[in-house]
Design a protein around this ligand. Structure first.
Ligand code: COA
Ligand code: MG
Length: 291
């Protein structure tokens, strides 16, 4: 299940476990979550050394609340099971499973964690980056309803989806799949993070992509470079305009003449109790973020 109460995952930064210079920056980064990567960003020759570093990286985690997640290699690969066992011992907040295709892939990882007495606080995150995962997404998301399955968050793997399907690398063609992913995440009560923007020098384009992802319902964005943290945190925080609207709805329902009413008119628009619930959720979210 997604986190209750709300805990932000606006900015989720990948750091290759093989990049010491980037790892040294962890304490100064203002992202909501960090994914230490053992998979695509690490060459086969460096996999073992990278895995051996994870415990030390997690032990030195910053005091400031920043979720620490580790992306392991696929369980079917020669590194996967070793990665999972070693990483579980270091007790990260999450273990990100790449290239999943079916609910079984999640259950299998969860069983290994249970068998090795990993605490319940170690959650599973899943990369959605294969055609099979997208075709099975409803059944996979359903595991979010069972806390014992540990499934907590979906991450869109847009580069791998482009590669696996042969579509042009353009958001227009990814759109139906991304919207389906958001829908499935909501059905399963999971958080869902949009894929990366490879062109990390184009921060204007990045801000536009974040605004679009927020409008699509994503909770945050996958990042590859520290310069992307600020724009992502802004885009996935409630805007001043949205907060003013939420306060107006809350205040309107609090007026004595509206007590006990299910639906009211506010500035010429119909407002129902469901809008009040939505407004209260947004205000609570803003209070937690400090917006
Ligand atoms: N996390 C933390 N710090 C990072 C970082 C990251 N993901 N990416 C870059 N930095 C640091 C660099 O180490 C550099 O530090 P310095 O100022 O001490 O020299 C600083 O930010 C500026 O980096 P810059 O020179 O602009 O970029 P680069 O050429 O060093 O690196 C990439 C560019 C794309 C290779 C690098 O950002 C990266 O590896 N990103 C993550 C890729 C990844 O994990 N992919 C897998 C998931 S898709
Ligand atoms: Mg991938």
């Amino acid at each position: 299940m997604a986190q209750e109460p709300y805990s932000p995952r606006r900015s989720v930064l990948y750091i290759p476990a093989s990049n010491d210079k980037a790892l040294a920056k962890i304490g100064s980064l203002t992202c909501d979550a960090i994914i230490i990567d053992l998979e695509d960003a690490v060459l086969p020759a460096d996999k073992k050394a990278a895995r051996d570093k994870v415990a030390g990286i997690l032990a030195a985690r910053p005091e400031r609340r920043c979720e620490m997640v580790v992306r392991i290699n696929p369980l079917a690969s020669e590194w996967g099971t070793h990665d999972l066992l070693a990483v579980a011992k270091a007790e990260p907040d999450g273990i990100l499973l790449p290239k999943i295709g079916t609910p079984r892939d999640i259950l299998e990882a969860g069983d290994i964690l249970d068998d090795n007495f990993a605490p319940d606080s170690v959650k599973l995150w899943a990369m959605v980056e294969t055609p099979r995962a997208l075709l099975n997404i409803g059944a996979i998301a359903e595991l979010g309803r069972d806390p014992a399955a540990r499934l907590n968050c979906f991450v869109a793997g847009t580069n791998d989806l482009v590669k696996a399907t042969g579509i042009l690398a353009d958001r227009r063609y990814l759109m139906p799949w991304l919207m389906q992913l958001v829908l499935a995440a909501r059905a399963g009560g999971l958080d869902v993070i949009d894929g990366v923007a490879n062109d990390f020098r184009d921060l204007d384009g990045f801000a536009r992509e974040c605004a679009e992802a927020a409008a699509m319902g994503f909770d945050g964005k996958s990042l590859i470079h520290p310069a992307q943290i600020g724009p992502a945190n802004r885009a996935f925080s409630p805007s001043a305009e949205a907060l003013a609207g939420a306060r107006a709805i809350r205040d309107a329902f609090a007026r004595p003449e509206n007590a006990g009413k299910g639906v009211i008119a506010l500035d010429g628009k119909m407002v129902e109790r469901l809008h009040l619930a939505e407004a209260e959720k947004l205000l609570a979210k803003a209070a937690i973020i400090g917006a």
